[in-house]
Design a binder for this molecule. Structure first.
Ligand SMILES: Nc1ncnc2c1ncn2[C@@H]1O[C@H](COP(=O)(O)OP(=O)(O)O)[C@@H](O)[C@H]1O
Ligand SMILES: [Mg+2]
Length: 242
C-alpha cells in the first residue's frame, strides 16, 4: 500500500467485496485519521454493513486492501482483528440476552491483555454510562433498545480499542432515543476514540461527526467535512427531503 496520503489510522483502498457472486462494494476507498469521527452514510442496501464486515474480516475482499496503522489486514483472521485495536458494534447489537449487563461487558474484554485491565475498564465504562452500572445485574435481553445499544458500545470499549466501528446504532429506536444515542456517540468522540460509524440517519449523524462519505450501491459518491455534505444539494434533495 502506498503511504503517499499520510499515516491514516485506518485506510481502505480500492476495496471490492461481496457474497457468492454478488458484488456489494466496488473499489471503495476511505481513510480515518487518529482522533477523527467519520461516517459512511447511505441508503438501505448501499453496502455499509458489508464495508464494516470487510474491515472486521468477517468477509474477505476480492480486490484492494485494508490497513490499520500501516499494517495490512489481508492475512489477519477475524478473531485477531481486535488485537489490532479495532472493535465493532454490530448491527442489531448482538448482545447475549440471557447474560447480565456485567457479563456482556466482560465478554468484550476477553483478550489476555484486556483481562488484566478488566476492573479498570469496567469502572471506566460505568463512569461513561452510569445507567449500565445501575443495571449491571439485569439480563441484557430485558434492557430497552437504547440501553442495549449502550451495553453493546460499552462491551466494545472493554477491549480498549483505538478504533470503534458502529453499525447503525440508531436503527430501530424511537426518535427520542435516537437523540440520546447520537449524544452518546458525541461523548465517545470527545473521549478521544477514533470512530467510524455507518448510518442511514444522515441528518443526525452529520451533526455529530467530523467528515463523511456517501456510499450508494457500493460506490463512494461524495465525501467531505460534515458541514459540506449537509449543505450539498444532492444530499439535501435525495436524503434530507429539502
Ligand atoms: N449475506 C448476504 N448474502 C448475500 N447478499 C447480501 C448479504 N448481506 C448483504 N447482501 C447484499 O449486499 C448489499 C449490501 O448490503 P449491506 O451491506 O447490508 O447494506 P447496508 O448495510 O448499507 O444496508 C445488498 O444488496 C444486500 O442485499
Ligand atoms: Mg446495514
Amino acid at each position: 500500500m502506498s503511504d503517499a496520503a499520510g499515516n491514516a489510522m485506518l485506510r481502505v483502498e480500492d476495496v471490492s467485496a461481496g457474497y457468492d457472486g454478488f458484488q456489494a462494494l466496488f473499489g471503495v476507498s476511505l481513510e480515518v485519521n487518529a482522533g477523527e469521527s467519520v461516517a459512511v452514510i447511505g441508503p438501505n442496501g448501499a453496502g455499509k454493513t458489508t464495508l464494516l464486515r470487510a474491515i472486521s474480516k468477517l468477509i474477505g475482499v476480492t480486490g484492494g486492501d485494508i490497513a490499520m496503522e500501516g499494517r495490512s489486514l489481508k492475512s489477519v483472521p477475524a478473531h485477531e482483528v481486535i488485537g489490532y485495536g479495532i472493535a465493532q458494534v454490530p448491527e442489531n447489537r448482538r448482545l447475549f440476552p440471557r447474560l447480565t449487563v456485567a457479563e456482556n461487558l466482560k465478554m468484550g474484554g476477553f483478550l489476555p491483555s484486556a483481562r488484566a485491565r478488566h476492573d479498570e475498564r469496567l469502572a471506566y465504562v460505568y463512569s461513561l454510562f452510569p445507567r449500565m452500572k445501575e443495571r449491571s445485574g439485569q439480563l441484557a435481553g430485558t434492557l430497552s433498545g437504547g440501553e442495549q445499544q449502550m451495553c453493546a458500545i460499552g462491551r466494545a470499549l472493554m477491549s480498549g480499542p483505538k478504533l470503534l466501528l458502529l453499525d447503525e446504532p440508531s436503527a430501530g429506536l424511537a426518535p427520542v432515543v435516537v437523540q440520546s444515542i447520537f449524544e452518546m456517540v458525541k461523548r465517545i468522540c470527545a473521549e478521544g476514540y477514533t470512530v467510524l460509524i455507518v448510518e442511514q440517519n444522515i441528518r443526525q449523524v452529520l451533526k455529530v461527526v467530523d467528515r463523511a462519505y456517501l456510499l450508494e450501491t457500493g460506490r463512494i459518491k461524495q465525501s467531505g467535512p460534515s458541514a459540506q455534505l449537509l449543505a450539498s444539494d444532492e444530499i439535501r434533495k435525495a436524503y434530507l427531503g429539502i
